[in-house]
Design a protein around this ligand. Structure first.
Ligand code: FUB
Length: 337
């Protein structure tokens, strides 16, 4: 009887949510970074396309060549494509694969952060700037020194800006230890400490790191670092950081187990303690998101591959409301909705 009662409570918590909705149907977009600038909601996504590269090894089929910005009147409206903001051929150092970006505003300027493979096949993070959130953005000649891997996210906190990044496998994070690159590092054993996302403060110019990238510690309920074999909880890619009730929420994808999960900390550097799931697996391989407060409600922006019949590299943008319980825990949602 107790078990049935617990199941009813759990499933009500889990499913008593509004259905998600698709934001844009005409093109494939993914990895939405959502920001409100000058009272207007903007989505900065990856722009998914079908290309000649079909080799799924190392994510080569995620072969994106430009970025668009979309705007949104409100989360219950469809998004509007505001057009191209940056193209591969205008990024002097980049060769291919424009993956998940993010953006920050400082003063009157907008700084757009994006990963791409350089001419040696190594992922770096670049920055491009503009006076207008709708671009066009002008890329720096070189990637940001000291950055590597993928999925930049920039947080502003008390006038300081922090860049977070990292992604395993195709995102190459496993090729680094203490910020040193090698393709020969051995694969981690299940009981070894998991690889961690990285972060660093940005300099005032927003185009350089103010410090060497540091590990962001993600701890279990006993204060121990998560293990590499803990695939339901350890970091894989797609980090996002937001603040709620004076706490810092670090959310990310678990990769092979296809979940969005989160951990909570007391400052931008962490440590963060693992708390639970946000979203169960979506249709498609990847899951990548942003969490944003708009008009006193919280929203989860993400993607899935339902519209392309499950093609992992052709994804569509979605949004749904995100709710917290009284203890600040996020109420988990069903990715198959
Ligand atoms: O869009 C390409 C990659 O797929 C992103 O950088 C990852 O986070 C995953 O969503």
């Amino acid at each position: 009887m107790k078990k049935i009662f617990a199941f009813i409570i759990f499933s009500q918590n889990f499913y008593a949510q509004e259905a998600p909705k698709y934001l844009f149907n005409d093109l494939y977009f993914a990895d939405p970074s959502v920001h409100v600038f000058n009272n207007k909601i903007y989505i900065y996504p990856s722009h998914d396309i079908q290309t000649e590269v079909t080799d799924a090894n190392n994510g080569g089929h995620f072969n994106m060549k430009d970025y668009h910005v979309l705007s949104l009147e409100s989360p219950s409206h469809k998004a509007k494509d505001e057009g191209l903001i940056l193209k591969l051929e205008d990024i002097p150092w980049a060769e291919k694969q424009l993956w998940a970006p993010d953006i920050a505003k400082k003063g009157k300027n907008y700084y757009f952060y994006f990963p791409a493979k350089d001419k040696n096949g190594i992922f770096r993070i670049g920055v491009a700037s503009s006076k207008n959130p709708e671009g066009p953005f002008k890329a720096e000649r070189e990637p940001i020194k000291g950055t590597y891997s993928i999925d930049p996210k920039v947080l502003e906190d008390n006038g300081k800006y922090y860049i977070y990044f990292g992604g395993l496998k195709g995102g190459q994070l496993q090729q680094y230890r203490n910020n040193v690159h090698s393709e020969k590092y051995p694969e981690l054993g299940k009981d070894e400490k998991a690889l961690l996302p990285k972060m660093a403060m940005l300099k005032n110019n927003m185009k350089e790191l103010a410090e060497a990238p540091k590990d962001i510690q993600i701890l279990d309920e006993n204060g121990n670092l998560l293990k590499a074999g803990d695939q339901h909880r350890r970091f894989f890619e797609g980090v996002w950081v937001h603040q709620y009730n004076s706490k810092y929420y670090l959310s990310y994808s678990t990769g092979e187990t296809h979940k969005l999960v989160y951990a909570i900390g007391d400052n931008p550097y962490g440590p963060f303690t693992f708390k639970g799931e946000i979203l169960t697996p979506v249709v498609g391989w990847t899951t990548h998101h942003s969490i944003v407060e708009i008009d006193n409600k919280w929203y989860l922006f993400y993607h899935d591959s339902k519209n392309s019949g499950g093609k992992s590299y052709l994804r569509s943008l979605k949004v749904r409301e995100l709710k917290y319980n009284d203890n600040g825990k996020i109420i988990p949602m069903n990715g198959q909705d």
